[in-house]
Design a protein around this ligand. Structure first.
Ligand SMILES: [Zn+2]
Length: 397
């Protein structure tokens, strides 16, 4: 078993990162290791597993065995609490210059437990120009033990100056067949369920696995897909919007619970508290600051998970109206939601392609509003009112 085992359909990238991790061991001893470098840019479409493979590579770098997948280092990296691996996710719409400066200062610190200090940054496309040029300086002259793993949807999303300092690893969109095959062989999921999950998740690996293995996720999908047939009165729109927000919040709470004493104990162990030569005041201070940092990251993760839940509602509804459009236009393309074809045919029969396109526009607009931090309840209320009865003004405005 290795940390790369659960990466699906990215053989080329896995080979490159495996070689890099092995050369990193040579480089750490001052020997020549050309497959390793200090700055990486991982690009791939949503759901292709950008951050999963970046986390796996980080584990391979800090694990003494090159990413065995079961030692304490590998497990701490996976759990997001290894002292030498920092995983940065944007909290707002963009990365600020102050946050970036603070990050670069932290990045320059020597690693605590291993040979490398790894910084994973998601959504590098969200750096503002001033923050990007601050980051650029550190990429140009990286501290000797620091490794930057930058993730973005495509290279075009990243400032050329940053791009040119990084070694680029391109991920593929994994095929539906590859996803279904992995769900069956690795997680023992029934082949029919695996094929269904791969199709309705549209190639998004994490989503496919959740649909295939979690009853609650399937129930939520079903509830979302029922929305178009439930928005009969305007009052239904308000009730359903409140339900969407309440469910998303409850799901985010259950995915990212508050920190418990177990997390704190893991941190103390990660810093080697109690082992020989430790237990000094400096270490204690580091532990306290690491716990504070972990709490901050848990809050940020909660925001992120909640925003993923809202996006999920929008993506499922968009897929549904795409199917409605397929039916209305008389195309023989396969439906994403083939399992609910009669319901889709029902919605399709209610009006025409113009209204369907207006609804899809409203879904895109709702996504932009959520991204701009508009209150989710008002976004969903206004969305559902439009889905119930689209009017031309929502498109023009
Ligand atoms: Zn390991």
């Amino acid at each position: 078993m290795t940390v790369f085992d659960r990466i699906i359909g990215q053989e080329h990238a896995v080979t490159e990162f495996t070689h890099a991790a092995s050369d990193a061991k040579l480089a750490a001893r001052g020997e020549r290791g050309d497959a390793m470098t200090h700055a990486w840019l991982v690009t791939g479409p949503p759901g292709s597993g950008r951050s999963t493979i970046a986390v796996a590579f980080a584990a391979a770098l800090v694990c003494a065995e090159g990413g065995c997948g079961h030692c304490q280092d590998c497990r701490n990296v996976e759990a997001g609490m290894h002292p030498d691996v920092e995983h940065i996710i944007p909290e707002g719409i963009s990365y600020s210059i102050d946050d970036t400066r603070a990050l670069i200062e932290r990045a320059a610190l020597r690693p605590i437990r291993s040979s490398w200090h790894v910084i994973i940054i998601e959504d590098v496309d969200r750096f503002r120009p001033d923050a990007a040029s601050t980051l650029l300086k550190s990429l140009e002259e990286p501290p000797p033990q620091t490794v930057w793993l930058l993730c973005a949807p495509t290279v075009d999303d990243v400032f050329p100056t940053i791009r040119s300092r990084c070694r680029h690893v391109l991920l593929n969109t994994p095929g539906l067949g590859a996803i279904a095959e992995q769900l069956s062989s690795r997680y023992g999921i029934d082949p029919a369920m695996a094929a269904f999950a791969a199709r309705v998740s549209q190639g998004h690996i994490g989503r496919a696995r959740a649909i295939a293995s979690d009853d609650m996720v399937r129930l939520r999908r079903k509830e979302i897909l029922e929305i178009p047939s439930q928005v009969k009165q305007v009052s239904n729109c308000f009730e359903l919007a409140a339900k969407i927000v309440a469910n998303a919040t409850a799901d985010a709470d259950s995915i990212v619970g508050p920190l418990d004493s177990g997390d704190e104990a893991d941190i103390r162990m990660a810093y080697g508290e109690g082992s020989e030569g430790k237990g000094l005041k400096g270490v204690d201070r580091q532990i306290k600051s690491a716990i504070k940092d972990l709490e901050k990251r848990a809050k940020s993760r909660h925001r992120r998970v909640l925003s993923d839940q809202y996006n999920r509602v929008l993506l499922d509804l968009t897929a549904l109206y795409r199917d409605v459009l397929v039916v209305q236009s008389g195309s023989d393309l396969q439906l994403i939601n083939e399992d609910i074809r009669p319901a889709i045919e029902n919605v399709a029969a209610q009006d025409g392609t113009t209204q369907t396109l207006m609804r899809i526009d409203a879904l895109n607009e709702a996504r932009d509003q959520l991204f701009a931090n508009v209150n989710p309840l008002s976004v969903f209320e206004s969305l559902l009112v439009t889905l119930r009865q689209p009017t031309l003004s929502t498109v023009v405005g």
